[in-house]
Design a protein around this ligand. Structure first.
Ligand SMILES: Cc1ncc(COP(=O)(O)O)c(C=O)c1O
Length: 409
């Protein structure tokens, strides 16, 4: 009998542009290699960081004889859901008091977006989902996977290395009624450029007038500015001004719980009855995908958020982390100026959050990777958390060499 290769027709998948960079970095044995692709915080010693508040929460969880390993309900851990909601929307939020926020614990930000996308497709069937150009690559595929039509709105203006607010508003103005508009709450990935409060007003006006559905992606609350309240500005503004919207919330970056996969989906509804119906439908989505979410990360986050002293110590650490990143922006800019690298590099310090969109061409990025072992995305995005006091001068020299030897096209 012929020996059939049942799976032999399957082709090798192309490496993920972000995770593939991490793999290539790992394989490189060069002493000076730098990981500028990493989407996770690194200390000044280039090491992963575990929050002291997380360690303390884990100690308490281990010592608690009342806890067990039973399944969670489809919606997740109730204490986590309400604390996560309050962290995002703020104490005294009317939508919370009126019980019109449907919250479901999800598998971090990605899982939340996937559940949100599926929920929308099944229950709302929007004419299109608009994402910024550029955006975090997974946004496009997550919504496409759910069967949504994905379109882009302009966001980045290379000439100013800032927002293309006119292009964005024009595209949103011509979007069909009921289209979903995906917005990054803060620390836009990959550009590091957020709208100003005035620009958010303009965006909100178009969304309201054109009856579009805002969908906020909150992956960096507190990580961007070091201030949880400030980083939640736009979500709170929309919700407090009556917006019905969705929010995907992640605790990967701001609690350093990358591997725990802890996040939530919040759907802000017109009234309590609608929120109950919405939650029941979101639970069906979860039931069919993975039944119920994991427990451990939800326990860690809720132990931290339920104890004011622990919350305070977490906030202090979060501030220190975001300050290190801001400091590295300043140091990198200083080095680039010192080396007289052609061009204006002030966007390095005006951008915010984990990433900087350097403006390097793909040819220049290749030079960074191949000649200097500085691993980064080919679209010019670098992770500021990969930069530290020991390698900042080296990275600046790499940028200088890449710019000098591979001029802009
Ligand atoms: C904009 C944005 N959204 C969502 C996520 C999802 O992250 P996670 O699934 O780890 O919570 C990320 C992670 O890098 C991100 O940058």
């Amino acid at each position: 009998m012929e020996d059939l290769n049942v799976f032999g027709h399957i082709k090798l998948a192309p490496p993920d542009p972000i995770l593939g960079t991490a793999e290539a970095f790992k394989k490189d044995t060069h002493a000076d290699k730098v990981n500028l692709g990493v989407g996770a915080y690194r200390t000044d010693e280039a090491k992963p960081y575990i929050f002291k508040a997380v360690k303390e929460a884990e100690k308490r969880i281990l010592a608690d004889p009342t806890l067990n390993k039973e399944y969670l309900p489809m919606r997740g851990l109730d204490s986590f859901n309400s604390l996560a909601r309050e962290l995002l929307l703020g104490k005294g939020c009317a939508a919370i008091a009126e019980n019109r926020v449907a919250t479901i614990q999800c598998i971090s930000g990605t899982g939340s977006l996937r559940v949100g996308a599926e929920f929308l497709k099944v229950n709302v069937n929007p004419p299109a989902v608009y994402v910024s150009s550029p955006t975090w690559g997974n946004h496009l595929t997550i919504f496409k996977k759910a069967g949504c039509i994905v379109r882009e709105y302009p966001y980045w203006k290379p000439e100013t290395r800032g927002i293309d607010i006119e292009g964005m508003l024009n595209t949103l103005s011509s979007a069909p009624i009921g289209a979903v508009i995906l917005l990054h709450v803060c620390a836009h990935n990959p550009t590091g450029v957020d709208p100003t409060p005035q620009q958010w007003d303009q965006i909100q006006n178009v969304i309201t007038q054109k009856r579009l559905i805002p969908y906020f992606d909150s992956a960096y609350q507190g990580f961007a500015s070091g201030d949880l309240e400030r980083d939640a500005y736009v979500v709170r503004k929309f919700v407090n001004e009556g917006s019905q919207c969705l929010v995907s919330q992640s605790f990967a970056k701001n609690m350093g719980l990358y591997g725990e996969r802890i996040g939530a989906l919040h759907i802000i509804c017109r009234n309590k009855v609608t929120a109950e119906h919405v939650l029941s439908q979101a639970e069906i989505v979860v039931r069919q995908m993975y039944s119920n979410p994991p427990l451990h990360g939800a326990l860690i986050a809720s132990v931290i958020l339920a104890d004011p002293a622990l919350t305070q110590s977490w906030k202090v650490e979060l501030k220190a982390i975001s300050e290190r990143i801001i400091q590295m922006r300043v140091r990198l800019l200083e080095e680039l100026i010192k080396l007289k690298v052609p061009g204006d590099w002030t966007h390095i310090t005006s951008q915010i959050g984990m990433f900087s969109y350097t403006g390097l061409t793909s040819q220049q990025c290749e030079n960074m990777i191949n000649k200097w072992h500085c691993y980064m995305l080919k679209n010019g995005r670098i992770s500021m958390s990969g930069i530290n006091t020991k390698n900042v001068a080296y990275v600046a020299r790499a940028i200088k060499h890449s710019v000098d030897h591979s001029p802009k096209l």
